[in-house]
Structures are given as structure tokens and as C-alpha cells.
Design a protein around this ligand. Structure first.
Ligand SMILES: Cc1cc2nc3c(=O)[nH]c(=O)nc-3n(C[C@H](O)[C@H](O)[C@H](O)COP(=O)(O)OP(=O)(O)OC[C@H]3O[C@@H](n4cnc5c(N)ncnc54)[C@H](O)[C@@H]3O)c2cc1C
Length: 139
């Protein structure tokens, strides 16, 4: 059976690194992805974040599974936005290394107020090693 023909109304364009950084500064929620190391597929969950220089700060529950896995590990962070009506959008992917840090050493973490209820006192710094983005432009 042949594939039905599809019309692609948008084309894809690279977003320069500096613009990716600016887009990161515009959002409050992104998806952090990490491996749990037991042969199962990676976990990807939404969290609030803020920027600290070129790095990202997260605030997590100190006894949560996510915190346990982000103690010191490679991790990725993704944000995106899109418009359904004209099938356009963009996404930014930050790949790097996450580690626990002392909240007192990172004052920006105090301004970060996670939307999720509960105690989110553990601060994770995600240092970005690779920052890329793509924009789908409406034709
Ligand atoms: C908009 C938004 C913002 C959030 N911001 C923060 C934040 O800043 N800080 C914070 O600590 N948490 C935040 N959360 C909650 C976060 O996504 C996790 O659910 C939470 O951190 C619990 O993690 P855990 O590893 O302890 O979960 P567990 O309950 O131990 O997770 C067990 C399993 O449940 C599933 N699971 C857990 N969470 C989710 C999820 N969100 N979506 C789908 N499946 C899930 C996964 O399969 C996971 O392996 C936010 C959630 C949303 C929707």
C-alpha cells in the first residue's frame, strides 16, 4: 500500500544559539529528560526553571525520584511553542549536565517558585553544553 501524499505547509530553520538563549529566558516551564539507568526508557517531565547566566536552575522535592536521579548526571532540557492554526512553532534543546547545588550559592533559585505543591527545596543546576533550536515557519 502506498503512503498518502502529504502537503507540508511549513519549513524548518535552525535557531542561532543566542536566540535559543533568549527563548529560554522567555519561558517558565520546560521538560527535563534524564536516564534512570535501569535499561528503561528515559524519563521526561515538566518542571519550572529559571536562568542563571548560561545555566538553568530547577527546584525539586528533596526526597523525590527526579532529585535522586539528577544528583550528578547528563540531562537534557526542552522548551517549545506552536500555533495550530498555521502549523508553525519552535523548539529549543539544551543538553548538558545536572547536579545538586547549595541554594545559598544560587540566589536566583529563591526567585524561582515552582507551581507544583509541596516542599521544593533541592536546587539543581543544569549546565548547558550544547544548545540548539529549530523553527517551523509557515509557508
Ligand atoms: C507545569 C508543571 C510544572 C512543574 N514544576 C515542577 C517543579 O518546578 N519542581 C518539581 O519538583 N516538580 C514540578 N512538577 C512536577 C514534576 O513534573 C514531577 O511530577 C514531580 O517532580 C515528581 O517527580 P518524581 O520523580 O518524584 O515523581 P514520581 O511520582 O516518583 O514519578 C514516578 C513516575 O510517574 C511518572 N510521572 C511523574 N511525574 C510525571 C509528570 N509530571 N508527567 C507524567 N508522568 C509523570 C513517571 O513515569 C515517573 O517515573 C511540575 C509539573 C507540571 C505539570
Amino acid at each position: 500500500m502506498t503512503e498518502p501524499e502529504r502537503w507540508f505547509p511549513s519549513h524548518i530553520k535552525e535557531i542561532p544559539e543566542e536566540d535559543c538563549r533568549e527563548l529560554l529566558a522567555t519561558q517558565e516551564v520546560g521538560r527535563v529528560a534524564y536516564s534512570v539507568g535501569d535499561g528503561r526508557a528515559p524519563v521526561v517531565v515538566p518542571v519550572n526553571y529559571t536562568m542563571e547566566g548560561d545555566a538553568l536552575l530547577l527546584r525539586l522535592g528533596p526526597n523525590s525520584n527526579i532529585a535522586h536521579h539528577l544528583q550528578s548526571t547528563p540531562a537534557s532540557f526542552e522548551i517549545d511553542d506552536y500555533e495550530t492554526y498555521n502549523q508553525s512553532g519552535w523548539s529549543v534543546l539544551a543538553r548538558g549536565h545536572a547536579r545538586w547545588v547549595e541554594a545559598a550559592d544560587h540566589p536566583a533559585a529563591e526567585r524561582l517558585l515552582p507551581w507544583a505543591e509541596g516542599k521544593r527545596t533541592l536546587v539543581v543546576l543544569l549546565e548547558i553544553q550544547e544548545l540548539t533550536g529549530r523553527r517551523l515557519l509557515s509557508a
